[in-house]
Design a protein around this ligand. Sequence first.
Ligand SMILES: [Mg+2]
Ligand SMILES: [Zn+2]
Length: 475
Amino acid sequence: MSGPAVSGPAVSGPALSGPASSGGPAKRRAVFLDRDGVVNCLVPDHTGAFESPLCPEDVRLTAGAAQHIQRLRQAGFLVMCVTNQPAAAKGTVSVDRIDLVHRRVIELLEEGGAHIDGGRVCLHHPAGVVPPLARVCQCRKPAPGMLLSLAEQFGADLSASWMIGDTDADMGAGEAAGVATILVLNPDSAPKRSRAHRPGPVAGDLGEAVTALLAGAGRQDAQAEGRVAEAAGNVVEAATGEGALSTVCILAGGLGSRLGGYVDQTPKPLLPVAGKPFLLHQLALLASYGAERAVLCVGYLGDMVEATIGPERFGIQLAYSYDGPKLAGTLGAVREALPLLGRRFLVLYGDTYLRVDYRAFDRQWKASGLPGAMSVLHNQGRWDRSNVEYADSLVVRYNKGSPSEGMDWIDYGLGGLTAAALERVPRTEPDLSELYAALARRGELFGFEATERFYEIGTPAALEETGRFLETINS
Ligand SMILES: [Mg+2]
Ligand SMILES: [Zn+2]
């Protein structure tokens, strides 16, 4: 499966686990690591694109790589390296050179005190020019061949194992092999994550991924889904430190049908307002309150949103969650994005411009200990129909559809949810407003007073008005 010149190091790790039970020796858990962009840094090629190092002297480990691998081994995991190296198949360098580079990575890890239990290098490429390497194979990721053959060789239990990588191909290989996956968002490999929507957890680097993995894997009997969700929460929490705003979930998938012809070719979040796509105004505002991470739930023309806005704006890391073929409603979209959102997140619509202190909202909501939060404006029928009864930092009643007596506040459009809050309504409930109503009924919805009127772009008239406002504040 791997080329003859590049074989993985021999097994010399700790003995396979524990005393043999009556059912034979317990199978060990393994972590399969991608190499380039995860264990060692990518290097710019002659075009400036970041690629695998092709000279031993260009090899640099990523921050703390040896130490993070040691943490995995100390927790009892087998650590394996699985890497695609097609440069020889393409005729760029020799197989010997690839071998030297690979040995250099292993050597630097050993110098750092980390041992890799085993590995595989796929030297093939289907569009290569050098026989016999130029061929379709079962080992090139996203095929699972390297993971499957290592699992067989080492007796690893795939259902309790993990893949950590920085590209779609890594995630594909992990999924095909049936292991849990963590995607490392190395900015240098962003072009290899062209389809950024991934249902699994993400991490900023190998260290964060290992921290999340160890937290999630600590629960011995957890099912794969549980491990992944647990890890996702940890990763996101680690990625947003004490001072940062909670991850922001932006619901940007609506059809925008009230806008008629405006949205024939352009999704609502990209409509030009005061000289640029509306979403950029919203992201700049969030950045000014310390947002570091946002998840865009996209649907209608979602590809165009991702292609236009990209993976990062104003220092905010952006992830994209795509609505399935049938629209799942606002709450369905949030559920779909949950692995990217983590345990606590803010929620707002992609067509609103909300002048509210996002930091104060987030901080006071956290301090309340409640699972949900909603910002409210003392409306008294001025802007739209009042739909909230509010008192003393608590939303007492909320009814979007049919407001009643005693409601003279209005839902201002910024919400907050914990993952646990989603369990307050049936999994089939499509509507976010029903979840807020349920939380209010249970006395679990924190209320935060907004004071400024809101702007949105849901109708042609609102679009024009918001445009005038943004031109004023940006001039
Ligand atoms: Mg990689
Ligand atoms: Zn191969």
